[in-house]
Design a protein around this ligand. Structure first.
Ligand code: SME
Length: 159
């Protein structure tokens, strides 16, 4: 069992702690599914106001659901579709304050109001996205985006 104490009150401390916990959890473990499962659980436990946290992997030109915490979700997403497909196709983080205003947003959980999707790149190519949903509109700040982009860099070779 792993028990990480992460202080969510201060965003800088939160992401410093989250990154070091993610590093400790995944270092030396070669199984990507095990690492994604533990990372989804770590994020779910540590980051407040989420209703979904997990991974979609880019497999043969489409996104396929990976390990996550939250309600069961859409299994396959085409590149360019929804927030996840847009992030994967453009290789750009999508920080969406109001998912209902995002053209083509795919609603997996009706509770979701805002979303942050961070592409994960290995050797310059997108291999997966990290998807975070919140029931609170405009939940994700630039600091959240920067923290999760750093996390994506850390884990790219471990998933
Ligand atoms: N809302 C996402 C779909 C995935 S779920 O949020 C888990 C999208 O528009 O791509």
């Amino acid at each position: 069992m792993f028990d990480f104490s992460i202080d969510a009150a201060d965003p800088q401390a939160l992401y410093a702690d989250l990154l070091s916990a993610a590093d400790a959890l995944t270092a030396g473990e070669p199984d990507g599914v095990a690492n994604m499962a533990n990372l989804a659980a770590l994020i779910w436990q540590s980051v407040p106001e989420l209703n979904w946290a997990g991974f979609y992997r880019l497999i043969e030109g489409e996104l396929v659901l990976g390990p996550f915490c939250g309600k069961p979700a859409c299994i396959r997403i085409a590149l360019g579709q929804g927030v996840c497909g847009t992030a994967a196709e453009s290789a750009q983080t999508q920080r969406v304050d109001d998912v209902q205003a995002f053209p083509g947003h795919i609603s997996c959980d009706a509770a979701s109001r805002s979303e942050l999707v961070v592409p994960i790149r290995r050797e310059g190519r997108v291999i997966a996205v990290l998807d975070l949903d919140s029931p609170r509109p405009a939940r994700f700040t630039k600091a959240d985006q920067a923290g999760f982009e750093q996390l994506a860099g850390l884990i790219a070779d471990r998933i």
